[in-house]
Design a protein around this ligand. Structure first.
Ligand SMILES: *Cc1c(COP(=O)(O)O)cnc(C)c1O
Length: 360
C-alpha cells in the first residue's frame, strides 16, 4: 500500500455518528454533519447518512456541488456565508445557507426568484468569538429584511463560537441565543425551525449539564470525525478517536548527535523545528526521517507512536526521535491527527485515502 495515506475506518465513523445522533436526539437536538475537514468525502458522508445524520454542512459551494453530483440526497447547508459572486450556485445547490450580510440576502432572494425556488436562511449571530455573525442589536432588522424578501425562508438563527478566539459556549451565551430566538418569534409571530447552537465546541457545555434552552440544532465535524471536542482536545466518552489515522514511511534511520552544529540562522518553518528542546543529555539518538511534511500535514497536530517524539518538520520531511525503537528504512509509522492535521492531510494531493471496513 502506498504511503503517506489516511486510513479511514468507516465503521468507527458510523459508530461515532450513531452515538451522537442518538445522544442529542434525546435532548431534541438535530445534528448536521460537517464534512469540510474531509473536503466532503462522499464515502464518509454516505456513512454518516446511513447512521442517521439528516443534513450535511459544508463551507464551500464546490464541495456541495460535488456531493450532489455523487448522489448524496440529504439537504445541504452552506455553513460559510455565500460569496456574492457565487449566489447562483448557492441557490441552485444548497438548501440553506448561513448568512450575516443584508446585501447577500438581497442577492439570494433575487436569484431564488429567478430560479423559481425557495432558499433557506440561517441568520448567524455574533456572540463573542468575533468571526461571523450579526450583532444582537441588529438581528431584528436583518430578520425583518429576510422576511420581507421574496423566495427566502427564515430557518432560524445560529451562532459559532470557539473557532476564532476559542470562546467557549456557556450558560450565558447559549441562553442569549435562546432569548434572541424567542424574541424574534414574538416580534414577528412566527416559528423558527432551527436554533443552531454551534459546533463541536458546544459538547463540553452540554456534557456538563448545560441547559439547551431553545437550542435544537448543532453542526458537528470534529466530534464525528475525531471523537474529540476542540476547546480542550479531550476525547468524548463512547466515541472512537482513531477512526482516521495517518500512515507515513521511514526514508532514513540513523543515530545522530542530538544538537546541530555550525552557525545557526532561521529556517523556512521556524515554529515547526523546535530543535533546542532536544534534551542535551543525549549524546545522540536514533532518528527517523519520515516522508511527509508541512505540505501534507500540520506537524504540530500529529500524535506520534508510543515512545517516539516529533523533533521537527519541513516541507517534505518529518524528523522523529525513535525513543529506543529500532526503526528501519521502509517501516510505516501511524500517527493520530488533530483537526488541523486532518484538514491539511485531506487537502494534500500526495496523501491517499484508504477506506477500511472493520469486522465488528
Ligand atoms: C467548521 C464549522 C462547524 C463544524 O465545526 P467542528 O468544530 O468541526 O464541529 C460548524 N459550524 C461552522 C459555521 C463551521 O465553520
Amino acid at each position: 500500500m502506498s504511503a503517506p495515506r489516511l486510513e479511514i475506518h468507516l465503521e468507527r465513523l458510523q459508530h461515532n455518528a450513531r452515538i451522537l445522533v442518538e445522544r442529542f436526539g434525546q435532548q431534541g437536538i438535530a445534528v448536521t454533519g460537517v464534512s469540510k475537514a474531509t473536503l466532503g468525502d462522499a464515502d464518509i458522508v454516505r456513512t454518516w447518512v446511513a447512521a442517521g445524520i439528516g443534513s450535511i454542512g459544508e463551507s464551500r459551494i464546490e464541495t456541495i456541488e460535488a456531493l450532489a453530483a455523487s448522489g448524496v440526497a440529504v439537504p445541504m447547508l452552506l455553513i460559510r456565508a455565500p460569496l456574492l459572486s457565487q449566489v447562483e450556485r448557492v441557490v441552485a445547490h444548497a438548501a440553506i445557507s448561513c448568512n450575516s450580510e443584508p446585501v447577500v440576502l438581497e442577492a439570494l432572494a433575487r436569484t431564488a426568484a429567478r430560479q423559481g425556488v425557495r432558499h433557506g436562511v440561517l441568520l448567524m449571530v455574533e456572540l463573542g468569538d468575533l468571526r461571523e455573525g450579526i450583532l444582537a442589536t441588529e438581528l431584528e432588522a436583518v430578520a425583518q429584511l429576510t422576511l420581507a424578501l421574496p423566495n427566502l425562508e427564515l430557518m432560524g438563527i445560529g451562532t459559532n463560537l470557539g473557532c476564532q478566539h476559542g470562546v467557549a459556549p456557556d450558560a450565558r451565551n447559549m441562553a442569549e441565543l435562546s432569548r434572541l430566538a424567542t424574541a424574534l418569534e414574538r416580534r414577528f409571530s412566527l416559528h423558527l425551525p432551527w436554533c443552531s447552537g454551534g459546533n463541536s465546541a458546544n459538547l463540553p457545555w452540554l456534557a456538563g449539564g448545560g441547559d439547551p434552552g431553545r437550542i435544537n440544532h448543532l453542526r458537528l465535524g470534529e466530534a464525528l470525525l475525531l471523537g474529540r471536542e476542540p476547546l480542550g482536545g479531550t476525547a468524548i466518552p463512547g466515541l472512537h478517536t482513531d477512526a482516521i489515522t495517518l500512515v507515513a514511511e521511514v526514508i532514513e534511520a540513523k543515530t545522530k548527535p542530538s544538537q546541530p552544529w555550525g552557525q545557526r540562522c532561521r529556517t523556512s518553518f521556524p515554529t515547526a523545528t523546535p530543535l533546542d528542546q532536544v534534551p542535551r543529555a543525549h549524546a545522540g539518538e536514533r532518528r527517523a526521517l519520515v516522508a511527509i511534511g508541512e505540505q501534507d500535514v500540520d506537524p504540530a497536530g500529529l500524535g506520534s507512536p508510543e515512545g517516539m517524539t516529533i523533533r521537527g518538520a519541513s516541507s517534505d520531511h518529518l524528523v522523529i526521535g525513535c525513543g529506543g525503537m529500532p526503526l528501519q528504512v521502509g517501516d510505516e509509522l501511524r500517527f493520530s491527527l488533530s483537526y488541523s492535521a486532518l484538514l491539511r492531510a485531506m487537502t494534500s494531493p500526495f496523501v491517499s485515502r484508504c477506506l477500511i471496513h472493520d469486522r465488528s
